[in-house]
Ligand binder design. Structure first.
Ligand code: A2P
Length: 282
């Protein structure tokens, strides 16, 4: 198995690469196209953007310039808080599709749960899927309670919940809940934004395995059955992060990574975003 043929089957029957490329915070035009080219050449097929990242246009352009067949790519975007609500969701997705130079996305996510528009945005998602503007629909940064609340009115349930997961924020109870409800967990900042790469326990394990810490962490995600979307702007790291299909972590090595958990977030608390209705400033 390698990065390109490692696919997960979603609850709606669609296939999604388990490993993807995240483009959060890549806003320099040249750096962006170089990174996408490096990612494509390393075998990444899933590209994850968002309206909030303000780089959908760059992604559309980069894939167009690479002359990559649309059917061979998997594109995800996310509706920002300001664009939630039934009509805004539909209008803003159409604007995103223009920027992405495509007729559909493979996966559309609600970026953060907000208490206003909570059900109306999802109703728009269900209709957008029926119209073929997105193949699959899901959410991001939803807690267990948000998923349970959504289920009280949804006709279709999210097939993916993209949440922060890393060795410092392992979210085991939510991962178990996802599994029980046929929701794929997708980990954003799977490397903890790079801040956990010097963790002594992980460094020691990586040395034993003769791998980089990033590779060990990504392999941990892979074996957990979680989808993950590391970001890097360095071609060597992009390739290194894809080269995790030729080694394995034993049960005890998986437990060592598990033991690093601190329930430590690198970003917002979803419940507070839900209450404020936006990504509150610190
Ligand atoms: P850079 O873009 O300069 O390579 P996450 O995906 O968890 O948000 O982590 C992204 C951060 O981790 C970025 O700062 C990225 O830096 C860094 N990073 C990604 N891959 C590696 C790697 N293989 N080795 C070291 N740092 C990495």
């Amino acid at each position: 198995m390698n990065i390109s043929d490692n696919l997960l089957t979603l609850a709606d029957g669609n296939k999604m690469p388990q490993q993807g490329f995240g483009v959060y915070k890549i806003t320099n035009h040249q750096e962006f196209s170089d990174s996408i080219k490096a990612a494509w050449e390393s075998g990444y097929r899933l590209f994850d953007t968002a309206q909030m990242y303000e780089n959908e246009q760059f992604l559309g352009e980069a894939l167009h310039n690479l002359q990559v067949p649309r059917a061979k790519t998997f594109i995800t975007t996310k509706i920002s808080e300001a664009n939630q609500g039934y009509n805004n969701t539909i209008v803003s997705l159409k604007a995103s599709l223009t920027k992405l130079q495509t007729d559909y996305v493979d996966l559309l996510l609600i970026h953060w749960p907000i208490n206003t528009e909570f059900f109306d945005t999802w109703r728009a998602f269900e209709d957008l899927k029926k119209e073929g503007l997105t193949k699959s629909i899901g959410v991001s940064n939803y807690g267990m309670v948000h998923l349970q609340y959504l289920a009280t009115q949804a006709h279709e349930l999210p097939v993916v919940n993209q949440i922060e997961v890393s060795p410092y924020m392992s979210q085991k109870p939510l991962l178990k809940f996802h599994q029980e409800h046929n929701i794929v967990t997708q980990a954003w900042s799977p490397l903890g934004r790079g801040k956990i790469l010097n963790d002594p326990v992980l460094v020691e394990l990586a040395q034993t395995k003769k791998r980089s810490v990033a590779q060990v962490i990504l392999r941990w995600h892979l074996q957990n059955g979680v989808s993950f979307i590391p970001k890097s702007t360095h071609a060597t790291r992009i390739a290194e992060n894809a080269a995790i299909y030729d080694f394995e972590l034993s049960k005890s090595e998986m437990a060592i990574v598990d033991s690093a958990n601190k329930n430590h977030r690198v970003s917002k608390e979803p419940e507070l975003v839900y209450e404020f209705g936006e990504q509150y400033p610190y």
